[in-house]
Write a protein that binds this ligand. Structure first.
Ligand SMILES: Cc1cc2nc3c(=O)[nH]c(=O)nc-3n(C[C@H](O)[C@H](O)[C@H](O)COP(=O)(O)OP(=O)(O)OC[C@H]3O[C@@H](n4cnc5c(N)ncnc54)[C@H](O)[C@@H]3O)c2cc1C
Length: 715
């Protein structure tokens, strides 16, 4: 079997090699064909069957070997054989060639791929077994992926070869007809004026419109399939029902009301969701207090001989709640009702693609609606480590209820939430031990960034336990401990209070999505397309429940797309744009990023140059005793176009906006350098980074000549 595989592989490689070695591609160009069109046609007139056979075999070889040129050959088929015979020959040749490529991929690669990635391919295999023919038909009809890629990839799936054959032949037929027809028209041009012939123009229009028409047809069929089992209401109570009044839900409802749609917003717990009640707002309020405490601690560096702060942890936490209450009216029921939103405090359940059942203190009722936005957010993930229930824990949802400062706080997790809270509690006076499975904190950032944060955390007395894999928790009376594996040994970490911060899980279950068959992605978020539609085109998802970025500004960004597409999608739909997304982890120093990090650029094989400006040098930072951190800019080699920026330092979350704006609007580093920045400010760091880039790209040759010019002027 192995020998047979090697033999097939050798034949395929030899044939492809011959194609390139003998530059056979030169014969597969429109110019080459046009130059010899008369010869081909006269040969076809005298030897019709032989011409058809040679063309047929050539076509099968090109497609079977996945060589470039199938499109050109289809056009040529139309030009030589006309619409009917051209279509017949190309249709069979392309399908046979595609099936050969499919079989070759299957024979050579499938076993290896399934063996290696079988666990990850499980879902794909299941999907192909269930809906493979339909997906293949869609791919054939709407040629968004190259023809040869579909052949090869399908060969790796469990799809039957006979199914592949007939679905391909049927699915490719419309496109074959359109291309053969275009080829027939191109074949007829023999002068420049021919280019403007109505037949050719119509063929080109068909070529352009075909994918769009095919896509619309496929969308229609798909929509019919998913909606088939649900009775559609004759009329609708609402244009939109939004489930969840967090950042995503509030913005969706706001937009709907602003454009005069009838919208109901359902919230089962607290208006404002995670951000207001347990996320951004309380955490930033706590950070403000703890930053002050840190300043008091380093009073000496500011020239103050002694400063002290008397701390009442309970009062600090009460202040945090005061801040939440002060911000609360922005997200309140009253405000949103005033804006024209029908707000209901109750539990929502999706009962069909067009109906939402709402249970509130007033009872249960069902609203029919044209569209639904799922904005149910997420919740802290709690790992199933044995014993975790016995030791008890708080999460970012419940940590705000603490009124006594834990003596020893174990923070499980080294992501943004874990880091922000670990530093806060350390500054409040708790002995903080942070356990992280991987080798560094903030693993999504570059290693140097993590190193800066870890260095600061250690300096502030946080005990970092990286590369510690939790095994189980133990409790003996008041004594709690985590047993970890570290460097092949067992390590016991004792603590008084556990804070779990290992990420967030999307809220996707318990409100009807399962019964509707709405899919969930590998990361647990609702599966949506680029318009944020689920498999039901009128059900959208936005915010943490949709992912992939779990930030408030992302939730409102997605909410715009979800609500506008839900309300006006029949005229125009907008693809959610994730091209320039900034974020910040509000540790001290802050870590802000937009675009690519260096590690991401490497992983994605994106060519880049790095410019680093160290904030140690910045006048304002020196004056503020905050001379640490960096601005790191990735640019396209030789150009000032920004690919990504990471800032570590004071006010990094504010400074990143200049780069976000630049990236969003295509402004390069030259434009930042050419912009006046107030002196002395932290924002100058961005300009100095641009200056560092400029110096590295100064035209040395030209400068030598300029130097000579000045020397001449002095002589
Ligand atoms: C500690 C912490 C700090 C953070 N700091 C920041 C930060 O500084 N900056 C930032 O950008 N992001 C931050 N985040 C993330 C941010 O809070 C979230 O990304 C954001 O709140 C997500 O908004 P959302 O609308 O998607 O979901 P949520 O705010 O979670 O809202 C979902 C709402 O849906 C409701 N709901 C769920 N199911 C139903 C149902 N069946 N019926 C009715 N209602 C339902 C829930 O009660 C909830 O109110 C932080 C998060 C945490 C935990």
């Amino acid at each position: 079997m192995k020998a047979a595989r090697l033999l097939v592989l050798a034949v395929v490689v030899a044939l492809i090699g011959a194609y390139f070695a003998f530059d056979l591609g030169q014969y597969l160009s429109l110019e080459h064909f046009k130059a010899r069109q008369a010869v081909f046609e006269s040969y076809r007139a005298s030897h019709p069957w032989q011409t058809a056979l040679v063309f047929f075999l050539g076509y099968v070889a090109v497609t079977g070997l996945s060589l470039p040129g199938a499109t050109l050959m289809t056009l040529v088929g139309g030009a030589i054989f006309g619409l009917l015979w051209g279509t017949v020959i190309v249709s069979f040749a392309s399908t046979i060639g595609a099936t050969l490529a499919f079989l070759a991929a299957r024979f050579l690669l499938r076993d290896g791929v399934q063996r290696r990635f079988g666990d990850r391919l499980g879902a794909i295999n299941k999907g192909v077994a269930k809906d493979g023919p339909f997906y293949l038909f869609t791919l054939r009809l709407v040629p968004i992926f190259p023809f040869f890629v579909i052949n090869l990839v399908m060969g790796l799936t469990p799809l039957r070869a006979s199914t592949f054959y007939w679905v391909s032949q049927l699915g490719m037929l419309p496109a074959t007809l359109v291309y053969v027809n275009a080829g027939r028209e191109i074949g007829r041009i023999d002068s420049l004026s021919g280019i403007l012939s109505p037949g050719l123009l119509l063929s080109f229009v068909l070529l352009g419109l075909f994918p769009l028409i095919a896509k619309k047809a496929v969308d229609l069929v798909k929509a019919r399939r998913v909606y088939a089992r649900w009775p559609r209401p004759a009329r609708f109570d609402r244009n939109l029902v939004v489930i969840g009044a967090g950042s995503a839900g509030l913005v969706s409802a706001y937009i709907a009301a602003a454009v005069k749609a009838k919208v109901t917003l359902v919230e089962r717990h607290r208006m404002g969701g995670d951000c207001l009640n347990t996320g951004c707002v309380p955490s930033k309020a706590l950070i403000r207090t703890t930053r002050f405490l840190a300043d008091v601690k380093r009073a000496g560096s500011l020239g103050i001989r002694a400063a002290s702060a008397e701390l009442d942890f309970g009062e600090v936490m009460e202040r945090v709640q005061r801040v939440v209450r002060t911000v609360e009216p922005h997200d309140s029921v009253e405000r949103y009702r005033g804006l024209g939103v029908d707000v209901v405090i109750g539990e929502a359940r999706v009962t069909s693609p067009w109906t939402v059942e709402i249970t509130s203190t007033e009872g249960t009722r069902t609203l029919s609606t044209r569209a639904i936005v799922i904005a149910t957010g997420g919740r802290p993930a709690v790992p199933g480590i044995p014993g975790i229930g016995d030791v008890g824990y708080v999460t970012s949802d419940t940590v705000w209820e603490l009124r006594t400062l834990p003596k020893r706080l174990l923070v499980l997790g080294g992501g943004p939430v874990g880091c922000e809270l670990a530093q806060c509690f350390a500054r409040l006076g708790a002995q903080v031990i942070q356990v992280q499975r991987g080798p560094r904190l903030l693993p999504k950032e570059d290693p140097e960034v993590s190193a800066l944060i870890m260095e600061r955390f250690r300096a502030e007395g946080i005990e970092l336990r990286t590369e510690h894999a939790p095994l189980h928790f133990e409790r003996d009376g008041d004594c709690r401990a985590l047993l970890c594996e570290h460097a092949g040994a067992r390590v016991r970490v004792e603590f008084d209070q556990l804070l779990v911060a290992v990420g967030r899980t999307a809220n996707v279950s318990g409100f009807g999505l399962e019964a509707l068959g709405v899919g969930v992605k590998e990361d647990g978020a609702v599966d949506t397309n680029e318009y944020l539609q689920t498999i039901y085109p009128n059900i959208y998802a936005a915010g943490d429940v949709a992912g992939p970025y779990q930030f408030t500004h992302m939730a409102s960004h997605q909410a715009w797309y979800a609500s506008v597409n839900a309300l006006f999608g029949q005229f125009r739909k907008f693809r959610a744009d994730y091209s320039v997304i900034p974020w910040c982890t509000f540790t001290d120093p802050e870590v802000a990023r937009v675009g690519l990090s260096e590690r991401e650029a490497m992983a994605k094989d994106v060519a880049y140059e790095v410019t680093t400006y160290r904030i140690d040098d910045l006048d304002r930072a020196i004056a503020d005793e905050a001379a640490h951190g960096l601005v790191r800019v990735l640019t396209v080699p030789g150009k000032d176009r920004i690919l990504g920026v990471t800032i570590v330092g004071e006010h990094a979350g504010e400074l990143i906006t200049e780069f976000t704006l630049a990236m969003r609007h295509g402004l390069g580093l030259n434009k930042i350098l050419g912009t006046i920045h107030v002196y002395p400010t932290f924002s100058e760091a961005g300009k100095y980074a641009a200056g560092a880039w400029k110096r590295a790209h100064a035209p040395q040759r030209l400068l030598e000549w300029v130097g000579r010019y000045h020397a001449w002027r002095r002589s």
